[in-house]
Design a protein around this ligand. Structure first.
Ligand code: AMP
Length: 214
């Protein structure tokens, strides 16, 4: 099962991804997470990506395609994968299709989660993530049991550098301009499902499992 999660920043892709990979036992591949890990570890890749990320801009296609296809070459992707935050441009989607076609493979389903802009801004600016395990909370919608502390591992919760008002707004604009055209791209391929991302975490997940089946 080769899956893609599509949708603007704040649509709940990361939250749904965690549930999907648990149910279907496939690896979760988030290019954003790969970049953040590299920034944390001070690698060359991290240094190159950081500037773009902090501005809410896309990291250049060539760099992203390289790290994504590297990851997809790993053994654990042989029986499928869930891509979250990749592809984000038509160029990236074409490169992904070429990469998979060379292995006689393809994208099976694109899950497109839609949420209106006002709601995205509330979600992004209120989001807090665990410094240690990456678990995601929201100051109002999903508050941790103890303010500023992760329910899962007890580490500190922080705001992502790109979740401030200005950068979040910019990221939504970039999504609409660069990534939204992928809806038409996958519409033409006939493998996209549209999901209302405002119905609540469990309802969204139920809709996804109805689409994917057992
Ligand atoms: P995310 O965690 O998916 O919201 O990604 C955070 C940031 O990482 C984005 O705003 C981009 O700067 C960068 N990024 C992640 N994935 C990609 C991608 N597929 N193409 C370009 N930039 C990306």
């Amino acid at each position: 099962m080769n899956l893609i999660l599509l949708g603007p920043p704040g649509a709940g892709k990361g939250t749904q991804a965690a549930k999907i990979v648990e149910k279907y036992n496939i690896p979760h591949i988030s290019t954003g997470d790969i970049f953040r890990e590299n920034i944390k570890n001070g690698t060359e890749l991290g240094k190159k990506a950081q500037e773009y990320m902090n501005a809410g801009q896309l990291v250049p296609d060539e760099l992203v395609v390289e790290i994504a296809t590297d990851r997809l070459n790993a053994d654990d992707c042989k029986n499928g994968f869930l891509l979250d935050g990749f592809p984000r441009t038509v160029f990236q989607a074409e490169k992904l299709d070429e990469f998979l076609a060379a292995k006689g493979d393809k994208v099976d389903c694109v899950l497109d989660i839609d949420v209106p802009r006002d709601e995205l801004m509330i979600r992004l600016t209120g989001r807090r993530v665990c410094k240690n395990c990456g678990a995601s909370f929201h100051v109002v919608n999903i508050p941790p049991k103890q303010e500023g502390i992760c329910d899962v591992c007890g580490a500190e919760l922080v705001q992502r550098a790109d979740d401030n008002e200005e950068t979040a707004s910019n990221r939504i604009d970039v999504y609409n301009k660069e990534t939204k055209p992928l809806v038409d791209y996958y519409e033409a391929a006939g493998n996209i499902a549209h999901i209302d991302g405002t119905t609540g975490l469990e309802n969204v997940f139920n809709t996804i499992t109805e689409i994917l089946g057992d």
